[in-house]
Write a protein that binds this ligand. Structure first.
Ligand code: ZN
Length: 283
């Protein structure tokens, strides 16, 4: 049986926070077995903690935000860090944050994932825990659809469509391992349709956004710095987000998930349904 893992040494990532536009830094630190993934707001008195679990999600618009019910401390945009930890099989870690938002870096999971891999993975004594399906989970939510089937590993088949151009209808399938995540998903950047930018900016968001950390969809084209990193970078980014959101079940996931146009709201709903299935099986 595989064992639980943590990081061998601290991982530091610095940069600009996407929404607030201020400088932000975080540290991923080793944690004892059975700790799970715990965010710590070291900028707040008493450094309150927020456990990365689906039950602590308070907002899913554009990013996944979690909060502690007792202290009210919250952390925005946890998905790229969570995806990197999930893919690297890091079950236990503290994430020290100097504000509510992590650095956006280049809009992909690259700096988190590479930081973790460079620090190294430390095997612990306890056995790793996996979420596995006892029955399929299928649901529709407006124009999105998710079907989860039992499987011996984590596989995702994802379709995106935004109706802005032919370029944004994309399909990708991947067996998620540490290796495939690094090669196929970790570099895929976030994106925003041009006509939504005004709304985002009016809402006081994306103050740190630029072509340094996002792809813009505009007038039938994808506008990005130095071209695209993958021909289907959009769907790969959505898949990376999903790997992160799924880790909110609190353990590594083994399942085949087919998604049509899902995003954070449907991913978090799926994670909640997965936890409900698990609870029901224990009764
Ligand atoms: Zn993302």
């Amino acid at each position: 049986m595989p064992k639980q893992n943590t990081v061998k040494s601290a991982v530091q990532v610095n940069g600009i926070a996407l929404h607030t536009g201020v400088r932000a830094s975080l540290r991923i630190l080793p944690a004892a077995e059975n700790t799970g993934i715990v965010f710590r707001r070291v900028d707040m008195p008493g450094s309150p903690e927020v456990k990365a679990l689906a039950g602590n999600v308070i907002d899913v618009r554009r990013a996944t935000t979690i909060a502690s019910r007792t202290t009210g401390a919250f952390v925005l945009t946890v998905e790229h860090i969570m995806a990197s930890l999930h893919a690297a099989c890091v079950d236990n870690a503290y994430i020290e944050m100097d504000g509510p938002e992590p650095p956006i870096a280049d809009g992909s999971a690259k700096s988190f994932f590479q930081g973790i891999m460079n620090a190294g993975i430390e095997e612990q004594d306890a056995e790793a825990e996996y979420w596995t399906a006892s029955a399929p989970i299928v649901f529709e939510d407006r124009n999105t659809m998710i079907a989860l089937l039992p499987a011996d590993d984590l596989q995702i088949s994802f379709t995106t469509e935004y109706n802005y151009s032919k370029l944004d209808t994309q399909f990708f399938h991947c067996n998620i391992t540490t290796e495939t995540f690094g090669k196929e998903l970790s570099l895929a950047r976030t994106f925003c349709p041009y006509n939504e930018l005004a709304q985002v900016i009016a809402a006081g968001l994306a103050k740190g956004g630029s072509l340094d950390n996002a792809i813009i969809l505009h007038d039938g084209a994808l506008i990005s710095k130095d071209g695209l990193r993958y021909p289907n970078e959009l769907v790969r980014h959505k898949m990376m987000d999903m790997v992160g959101d799924l880790f909110l079940v609190g353990k590594r996931v083994k399942a085949h998930i087919m998604s049509i146009k899902s995003g954070h709201p449907t991913h978090v709903k799926l994670a909640q349904m997965m936890l409900e299935q698990e609870t029901k099986n224990k009764q």
